[in-house]
Design a protein around this ligand. Structure first.
Ligand code: GAR
Length: 195
């Protein structure tokens, strides 16, 4: 089994789906820790209900990203975390974590990258008027949603689509696509897909 830390900032529906997949043995991984940069986020309540240890922190109470990432790193070490899985963690990963977990940080993004990186990818896709969007799973590098792509799944934007309906479709796809893809990565120990 691969010991993972899931990083999230918000509602945590992907966090929930990943923990469920581990418990249903669809994903051979152990959710060792939730890392959350928003102490009041709903994902923390999910972690409590699911009995998953969590580390929450307020970035503003540190002098720099390097300082809070050092703190995160010491938590990851004490929980013997092997992979970092970003699930709606709305913050760029800095050199402290990138160097320690090179090739072992994965992100999910709600668009077909390189289209619509950054914040509000679903809103960006709708305003642009694309007829096809989707979900991308990729390795994390120092850029904003720029690392090597591992897998993508396309989703049709219907003529009467609203932001709510599109978000719903994207989430539904993410909740099965993320565990499935991570299972493939862990089965390869990351090797086959890391460039
Ligand atoms: C997900 O749709 C994820 O793809 C997106 O945030 C949402 C989190 O939802 N991530 C990004 O936009 C990263 N740039 P959740 O909290 O319900 O899992």
């Amino acid at each position: 089994t691969t010991r993972i830390a899931i990083f999230a900032s918000g509602s945590g529906s992907n966090f929930q789906a990943l923990v469920d997949a581990c418990r249903n043995e669809l994903l051979d991984a152990t959710p060792a820790l939730l890392v959350c940069d928003k102490p009041g986020a709903f994902v923390v309540e999910r972690a409590t209900s699911l009995d998953i240890p969590y580390f929450t922190f307020a970035p503003k109470s540190y002098s720099s990203k390097q300082e809070f990432e050092k703190h995160i790193l010491s938590e990851l070490k004490s929980y013997e975390v092997e992979f970092i899985i970003l699930a709606g963690y709305m913050r760029l990963i800095g050199p402290t974590l990138l160097d320690a977990y090179k090739g072992r940080i994965v992100n999910i993004h709600p668009s077909l990258l390189p289209a619509f990186p950054g914040l509000d990818a679903v809103g960006q896709a709708l305003s642009y008027g694309v007829k096809l969007t989707g979900v991308t799973i990729h390795f994390v590098d120092e850029g904003m949603d720029t690392g090597p792509i591992i897998a993508q799944e396309a989703i049709t934007v219907d003529p009467d689509e609203t932001k709510e309906s599109l978000e719903k479709k994207i989430h539904k796809t993410e909740h099965t696509f993320y565990p499935k893809t991570l299972q493939q990565i862990f089965a390869n120990k990351g090797e086959a897909v890391i460039k």
